[in-house]
Design a protein around this ligand. Structure first.
Ligand SMILES: [Zn+2]
Length: 316
């Protein structure tokens, strides 16, 4: 079964260590392991860590975009997933696809022109925050729990105009609802789990899960032990979140966003992208193939086909 994964941080790992390459077999979401897991489309996040000072953040993100183009696209042969009419081609063909995402508006340094430049370079999904507050909104780790700033609202308007995906993972609860009000596409939480199963600020409430489903979007359940159980976690724990999300949001609104290469502690049996092959077999022990296919790929593909921008006529 093919896999579409909604979040990995491998570009951050490559940026941290310029000597490291995407073909490094020890990366959780390196080229080899993605191929072994039959990952046909992978979302690659630009994650600029909070230690990077203001004024240096766009530069860091651009360095990651450079690694994406140079290593993921040119060397490893991934096709950039840019346009709506690319989506039906993901299931066939022999080359995997790569979608570029921004994990937090920090890298925009408060300027919409930077979003447009990143869009021209291939950016197609935007998360407003990481855990802290930034120019756009408060993240889920910000105690005051604020929503969107004026810049954050104009950012959502620009995301609408460009027909990009808005990623609500990491947002404060108030930020989630304000973003949902201004955004006109299917909401995605690229990597998050269920608050009702494990109470963690990075997880979604049932109301949030329902709002995502009503918008036609997906929650990408994530393999992060801290969000699954708070301690050790197994595949059965991921399945508990899956069953809850499915019961609240419906089977068309559940998918996966591994967070590979963003995590040091891992789920037993889901340590890296190659484990997706066994994860598919594991899920097939419990659920019909038609459901498993949706969770592993079909639901992400539906959302991408509904929201990615139409190919401009000038590109034909
Ligand atoms: Zn994250």
């Amino acid at each position: 079964m093919i896999v579409v994964d909604g979040h990995c941080d491998v570009l951050w790992r490559l940026w941290e260590d310029p000597e490291r390459s995407f073909s490094d077999g020890t990366l959780q979401a390196g080229a080899e392991r993605l191929a072994a897991g039959n990952v046909r489309a992978q979302v690659f996040a630009l994650f600029v860590p909070p230690q990077v000072p203001r004024g240096q953040r766009l530069k860091a993100a651009l360095a990651m975009v450079d690694r994406w183009h140079g290593e993921v696209v040119e060397n490893a042969g991934f096709r950039p997933l840019l346009w709506r009419d690319d989506v039906p081609r993901v299931t066939g063909g022999d080359r995997p696809w790569a979608l570029l995402a921004l994990e937090g508006a920090e890298a925009l340094e408060g300027e919409l022109v930077h979003l447009r430049v990143l869009y021209h370079l291939g950016l197609r999904m935007v998360g407003l925050t990481w855990n802290e507050a930034n120019e756009a909104a408060d993240g889920c780790g910000e105690a005051r729990g604020g929503g969107l700033t004026r810049f954050g609202r104009s950012l959502v308007e620009e995301i609408n105009r460009l027909s990009l995906l808005l990623d609500v993972a990491h947002l404060s609860e108030r930020g989630f609802w304000e973003a949902a009000e201004h955004y006109d596409g299917p909401l995605v939480a690229s990597h998050a789990n269920c608050r009702a199963v494990h109470d963690h600020p990075r997880n979604l409430t049932d109301d949030q899960l329902r709002a995502i489903a009503e918008s036609g979007g997906v929650v990408g359940l994530t393999f992060v032990p801290a969000f699954l159980t708070g301690g050790e976690a197994t595949r059965d724990d991921v399945r508990r979140h899956l069953e809850h999300a499915e019961s609240v949001a419906g089977e068309d609104h559940v998918a996966f966003g591994s967070d590979f290469d963003g995590i040091d502690r891992v789920v037993a049996g889901l340590e890296h992208a190659a484990c997706y092959a066994e994860w598919a077999d594991y899920l097939l022990r419990y659920y019909p193939a038609s459901s498993v296919e949706k969770w592993l790929a079909g639901n992400w593909l539906r959302v991408l086909a509904a929201r990615l921008p139409a190919r401009p006529m000038t590109n034909l």
